[in-house]
Design a binder for this molecule. Structure first.
Ligand code: ATP
Ligand code: MG
Length: 425
């Protein structure tokens, strides 16, 4: 046998055993987003490299060292999307969705970043992203946070903590940048290598350093919140009032900056202490400059992205069961007559009961071997069609997971019985 080719480091297979929890997560999120009337989009996984450079910023971790970029056959530089916002804005612009109208949209799918793989950090990972366009007030910021809160409630996650901050507008941020730079220069000797580099290119990112040796220096740095103009301050205060009025607990974290450059005013993260170093499960904020930066007319925007793997780990840890996916019925077919009519009968059952999960035995076998397969399939019942049943125009239904008699039913009785027993609400 030749050597097997393995998956790429940091890129994982989701196996059938993972599917119930992923469905639980994604169905739950979709139901919540439907209830706020957000509309789904499906976007390409590959975009022009220039899009991410322009949107995310040249001196961010993502663009500097995490992108999977490659030359297309005709020489264009393309990139596997590291995040969803840039592509979403591109698509909305290109399809005229932002022209004199507001939009509230969402999408989900894989993202790619060449990071050091570890728990909660992968090279292919899934995000669910929400974006809103054309709304500038703090009410829409609040709505995105209400959506998050309702998603946590729907999933049964009750220990996520909200941290918020304001980055001010572009001018306030530029003024603060100088102030911060001056402070960091005074203490240049204490900066680690990464921070030395960021001091010149992107000093706000120094605040985001995860190096414990930098903690003290960062704690004493000037705080952007103290340098907000009146309009930014009012926006932030109104958002805080809205959170309080809706019973969402929050913590103001003046060191919270985001890894991507396009944010302004509101930024937030939902964090947990149950995932070790990778404790942020959702991050977002306002990015009023991005649409213009990508060639559109100035359009306010706010959104967030959740990391699905981290949420799945939380759900696993609290023992959430997920969506039931094993078959209701496994159809056992023995004898020539049954073999010839079984599939057609199963089709009729699926016509009548669209919610039914029915697996039909394939490749023959004795009663004994088919019952073994029925058991292994996880089915609740075996539906048996043998020569005797066929001759009598009936079927036998035998419980596999619970005590109970085998019963004999004709097709009409079977449909009625299954409806009463198994039909979803
Ligand atoms: P981190 O600080 O953990 O690197 P980030 O600021 O780079 O996160 P965002 O770009 O804001 O993350 O992405 C939003 C969410 O996507 C994160 O909060 C996290 O839950 C998830 N996420 C980001 N990168 C990864 C990754 N490499 N693997 C798994 N999930 C990720
Ligand atoms: Mg990151």
């Amino acid at each position: 046998m030749s050597k097997q080719i393995k998956a790429i480091r940091g890129m994982h297979d989701l196996l059938p055993e993972d599917a119930p929890l992923w469905r639980f997560l994604e169905d739950g999120v979709r139901a919540v987003l439907d209830s706020y009337a957000y509309q789904e989009m499906r976007l390409p996984v590959v975009e022009m490299t220039a899009l991410f450079k322009r949107a995310i910023g040249d001196v961010t971790d993502i663009v500097e060292k995490e992108m999977y970029s490659f030359a297309d056959r005709n020489g264009d530089s393309l990139t596997l999307r590291p995040e969803g916002t840039a592509g979403c804005v591109r698509a909305c612009l290109e399809n005229g969705l932002l022209h004199n109208q507001t939009q509230r949209v969402w999408y989900k799918g894989p993202m790619f970043r060449h990071e050091r793989p570890q728990k909660g950090r992968y090279r292919q990972f899934y995000q669910i992203g929400v974006e809103t366009f054309g709304l500038e007030g703090p009410d829409i910021d609040l709505e995105t946070l209400l959506i998050c809160q309702r998603i946590w409630r729907t999933l049964g996650l009750d220990h996520l903590q909200l941290q918020i901050n304001s980055l001010g507008d572009a001018e306030e941020r530029a003024a603060y940048r100088q102030l911060l730079q001056a402070y960091l220069r005074q203490h240049q000797g204490r900066l680690d290598e990464d921070s030395q580099r960021r001091l010149e290119t992107n000093p706000l990112r120094v605040l985001d350093s995860k190096n414990p040796e930098m903690t003290e220096l960062i704690a004493a740095a000037p705080v952007l919140m103290d340098h907000l103009g009146a309009a930014s301050r009012a926006h932030f205060d109104q958002l805080c009032q809205g959170l309080e009025a809706n019973g969402i607990a929050y913590q103001i974290n003046p060191r919270l900056v985001r890894g991507l450059d396009y944010y302004n005013r509101t930024v937030y993260e939902w964090v947990t202490d149950r995932l070790g170093a990778q404790g942020t499960v959702c991050a977002g904020g306002r990015y009023d400059g991005l649409v213009q930066q990508l060639g559109g007319r100035a359009t306010p925007a706010v959104g967030f992205a959740m990391g699905s793997e981290r949420l799945i780990t939380l759900l696993q840890e609290q023992g959430s069961g997920g969506t039931e996916l094993s078959p209701h019925l496994y159809m056992v077919l023995v004898g020539e007559a049954a073999d010839g009519t079984g599939m057609a009968l199963a089709e009729r059952l699926r016509d009548r009961l669209p919610w039914l999960r029915l697996q039909v035995n394939c490749a023959g076998g004795s009663f004994k071997s088919q019952f073994k397969r029925a058991d292994k399939s996880g089915a609740r019942y075996a539906l048996i069609l043998g020569d005797d049943e066929w001759a009598a125009g009936r079927l036998a239904l035998k419980p596999l997971r619970e005590a109970g008699e085998q019963r004999s039913l004709n097709q009409v009785e079977l449909v009625e019985f299954l409806t009463g027993l198994l039909a979803p609400d």
